[in-house]
Design a protein around this ligand. Sequence first.
Ligand code: M6R
Length: 365
Amino acid sequence: EKAGFEHFMMKEIHEQPKAVRDTLNSVLKDGAIDLSEVGLTDEDIQKISQIYIVACGSAYHVGMAAQYVIEDLARIPVRVELASEFRYRNPILDPNGLVIIVSQSGETADSLAALRESKKHGLRTLGIVNVVGSSIAREADNVFYTLAGPEISVATTKAYSTQLIAAYALAIQFGKVRGELDEEKYQELITELQTIPDKISKILEDDRERIQWFAAKQANAKDAFFIGRGIDYAISMEGSLKMKEVSYVHTEAYAAGELKHGTISLIEEGTLVIGILTQNHLYEKTISNMVECKSRGAYLMGLTTFGHYNIEDTADFTVYIPKTDEHFATSLAVIPLQLLGYYVSVAKGLDVDKPRNLAKSVTVE
Ligand code: M6R
């Protein structure tokens, strides 16, 4: 049942190219994105004045990445919130807002409560859900099904990756319908999206062993800090959660520019800092934050795209990912970070598929 892999998490990491391709294909028709199955018409899309993305855990991190992509491509304001916060804060909601609830299981108690709260306010709700017929899928006005297939490992990998694809598809289509993307740019983005599955496969082939080696060296790390800016900050959040939940290493994600507002006092000789740099216009900025960490003794891992070889002047260990449109970088950069969390856990002899104290689906608040 693990298809030759030692753990479900590793099996599911390797299922990502297919899961991503299937999810993308489900909304592609004649080379264009078609949201008719989801139930969103062009008129619906024109009307949206504000988007609220509400979710928990990794699904919230999808929202963090989606926020940058939707705002940039479709120019619709996006607010991302933790479901457990949203549901209790008496939110002021724009009646023409669209609430997007992201959930693999479709049963997460806080996400379901947030969905109900949104409906009570009369807002339109869209679920990005993996489990067919789940509560969120049944109660949302519209559903975008991710086609990840069953996910067994408590740490999400392939469901997260398919949720990102759903978010990109919405962003691109919203941008097109609202006149923010011309036909050429629209086609270019879709074509690029179709290359993501092969690029994920390539990362898995090329980097697995190196990351395994690096993870074994880091198995005794007490702390790890993941830093990045913009979309790279969203990736940092997921990388950090992946590692902490399966390896029990204390990790934190930080917006790189925030380090000097407090957290940098934690950096000492040998502290692991992972810098994520997939966004060109932010590259030099994050490099300078990495240099600041290094001068305080940090041991640095860099994660960037091929071509940025001068990162090796600063980083002690570097992983390069293939180039893609920067909006989609999360889909590639997360792969080495999933592997890192997995291999640190395995090196420590932990139960990687069932980390202590965690449940696959959090149906109580
Ligand atoms: O089923 P959901 O997507 O609603 O679950 C949300 C979180 O509980 C989930 O992403 C959790 O954070 C995972 N352990 C992350 O790997």
